[in-house]
Design a binder for this molecule. Structure first.
Ligand code: ZN
Ligand code: ZN
Length: 228
């Protein structure tokens, strides 16, 4: 599998070269996961999969534009703006790829899914935005060749908020490392917060400093390609 990271900027005002585009991943030039920028459609994907309908993952939700790409669209929930949407309930197949949706705790307003994507013996996990992933799902993620996750906050605990016993927001990079390093050898960070964009070399160092023998930690950038 080859994954191209189209955008690595989180939902922030700041922008830097190589970190100017919002979220999007192109899998083998075929499937687009999240569409944080309209221009990602120029890649002419044959199917589109959304982790959740926040504007930095779905460029059309804030201007409330209709989204009618003319290819199958899979998402955690229905949205009137999106034509031809199929709600991802249970495993589904897109071409040769098997998608297993995994519920993620992130927002009180929109449903969020991570995806385990399998083709042959290759296994990729894309987390989307994460406040937490319940322990019962960790077994499914185990043995991933690659995990792509977010880096909104570098501090432990991130920025978790609470309402009526429900948590939401983003956990911290150290917490994500702790969850994911037993489950893979390689973790790629995307969806950077201001802490990273303000000083990119320093941000990359901070991520690298959390690395140990268990897993390699990689700072993603707009346009990065990883083959595995
Ligand atoms: Zn989000
Ligand atoms: Zn986001």
């Amino acid at each position: 599998m080859k994954i191209k990271i189209l955008g690595t900027r989180g939902k922030i005002e700041e922008s830097k070269p190589y970190h100017s585009k919002h979220t999007g991943y192109l899998l083998d030039n075929t499937i687009l996961v999240d569409v944080g920028e309209r221009e990602f459609l120029d890649k002419k994907p044959e199917a589109i999969v959304f982790t959740h309908f926040h504007p930095d993952h779905a460029y059309f939700v804030e201007p409330k534009e209709e989204f009618d790409p003319g290819v199958p669209v899979y998402a955690p929930e229905n949205l009137k703006l999106v034509k031809g949407l199929e709600v991802a309930e249970g495993k589904f197949k897109v071409k040769a790829y098997q998608f297993t949706p995994i519920p993620v705790i992130h927002s009180l307003k929109v449903k969020s899914l991570a995806y385990l994507i399998e083709k042959g013996d290759k296994k990729l996990f894309i987390s989307g935005d994460v406040a937490w992933i319940e322990k019962k799902y960790h077994d499914l993620i185990e043995g991933s060749d690659l995990i792509i996750t977010e880096a909104s906050f570098i501090k432990k605990g991130g920025q978790i908020r609470r309402k009526d016993n429900q948590i939401f927001g983003h956990t911290g990079v150290p917490d994500l490392v702790r969850i994911f390093k037993p489950l893979t050898d390689k973790i790629v960070f995307t969806h950077y917060g201001s802490w990273f964009i303000k000083d990119v070399p320093e941000g990359r160092k901070k991520i690298k400093s959390l690395q140990d023998d268990e897993a390699e930690l990689i700072s993603g950038y707009d346009g990065m390609e990883i083959e595995f």
